[in-house]
Design a protein around this ligand. Structure first.
Ligand SMILES: [Zn+2]
Length: 218
């Protein structure tokens, strides 16, 4: 599979990927399970290779969406969307890691439709990778797409390769974060971002007279 980028009417980059080959994937799933000694002749397992192929194809196929953006010169605070649920596959074991992403940015002349932040998380979640890559990719996407004054991303996830096997560290949560632009070198803005990450999820907040916005469950 290869990923391409098309340019939408509004000038935004749209990521496009070739469709998966489900026939070959199903054949490989049959061989994989058989080699591991899994009998496939029971009513429950007869169609399992096809379901496995389609489940992994879904987890590895990024959504196609156009980032909707609007000019906005009147809002200068941070826009923060917290708790975007995602599932991805770890690059080392192919097992899922599952968690949430918090995304924030400070506009510099344009804002983005809030649901597009969740779509951006899924765009980068649906691939084989390590959590550190997912974190950086979403932050870089914000910078490339919106050219904001600042961008921040925090990812919290449980890795099934660590909790179900090996160290069996059930419930351990891995936290990664990335900041770009003014969030790197503006201590006040950084403080505001950290406050948002630590604040209760519900409600809107004021911070030192600055306009701020928390949006959850979008
Ligand atoms: Zn792993």
């Amino acid at each position: 599979m290869s990923t391409d980028v098309e340019i939408a009417e509004n000038g935004a980059a749209v990521h496009v990927q070739d469709p998966p080959d489900l026939v070959v994937a199903e054949r490989a799933a049959t061989a994989f399970l058989t080699a591991l000694g899994v009998p496939l002749d029971s009513p429950h397992c007869r169609d399992t290779p096809r379901r496995m192929a389609s489940a992994f194809a879904e987890l590895l196929t990024p959504p196609r969406f156009v980032p909707t953006m609007f000019r906005s010169d009147s809002y200068e605070g941070l826009v923060v969307v917290r708790g975007i649920a995602f599932a991805s596959l770890c690059a080392h074991h192919g097992l899922p890691f599952i968690g949430t992403v918090d995304v924030g940015y400070q506009p510099a002349g344009q804002i983005i439709g809030l649901s597009k932040l969740a779509w951006a998380v899924h765009l980068y979640a649906r691939r084989l990778q390590v959590q550190e890559q997912l974190t950086g990719h979403v932050a870089d996407w914000l910078v490339d797409t919106l050219q904001p004054r600042a961008a921040g991303v925090r990812v919290q996830a449980e890795h099934l390769c660590m909790s179900l096997r090996g160290a069996r560290a059930r419930g351990a949560v891995t936290v990664t974060s990335a900041t770009r632009g003014a969030l790197v070198d503006d201590p006040l803005l950084r403080q505001e971002w950290v406050m948002h990450l630590g604040a209760a999820v519900a409600g809107a907040h004021d911070c030192q007279g600055q306009e701020t916005r928390d949006v959850s469950d979008q």
